[in-house]
Design a protein around this ligand. Structure first.
Ligand code: HEC
Length: 82
C-alpha cells in the first residue's frame, strides 16, 4: 500500500483503487496470472513483481525494483488475497 502498486491495482476494501492493471482482490484464488500466461504460486508471483518482462515479454507492468525484504512481504500479502 505504500508503493506505486496502488496506482495501477485495486484490492477491494483497501486504499488501492488503481484501474490500469488487473484487480488483485481475489488473486490467490486464481490458478494463473498475466492473462493465463503464468502459474499462480509464490515463487512466480515474487519473480513477476521483481521483473514482469522476464516472465512475459511485452508485459504492461513495469519492473518495480523492490528489495528482497519488500518482495518477500508483498508476495506473502498477495498469496493470502482470496
Ligand atoms: C504502471 C502500472 C503498474 C504498477 C505500478 C504495478 N503494476 Fe502490477 N500489473 C500491471 C499490469 C498492466 C498488469 C497486467 C500485465 C500483463 O498481464 O501483461 C499487472 C499485473 C500484476 C500481477 C498479476 C495479476 C494478474 O491478474 O495477472 C500482479 C500480482 C501484480 N501486477 C502486482 C503488482 C505489485 C505488487 C505492484 C507493486 C510492487 C505492481 N503490480 C505495480 C500494472 C502495474
Amino acid at each position: 500500500m505504500r508503493s506505486a502498486c496502488i496506482n495501477c491495482h485495486a484490492v477491494s476494501g483497501t486504499v488501492a483503487t488503481g484501474r490500469f492493471g488487473p484487480d488483485l482482490t481475489h488473486l490467490a484464488s486464481r490458478d494463473t496470472i498475466a492473462s493465463g500466461a503464468i502459474q499462480n504460486n509464490a515463487g512466480n508471483l515474487r519473480k513477476w513483481i521483481d521483473d514482469p518482462n522476464s516472465m512475459k515479454p511485452g508485459a504492461l507492468m513495469p519492473a518495480m525494483h523492490l528489495n528482497d525484504h519488500d518482495l518477500d512481504v508483498i508476495t506473502a500479502y498477495l498469496t493470502q488475497l482470496r
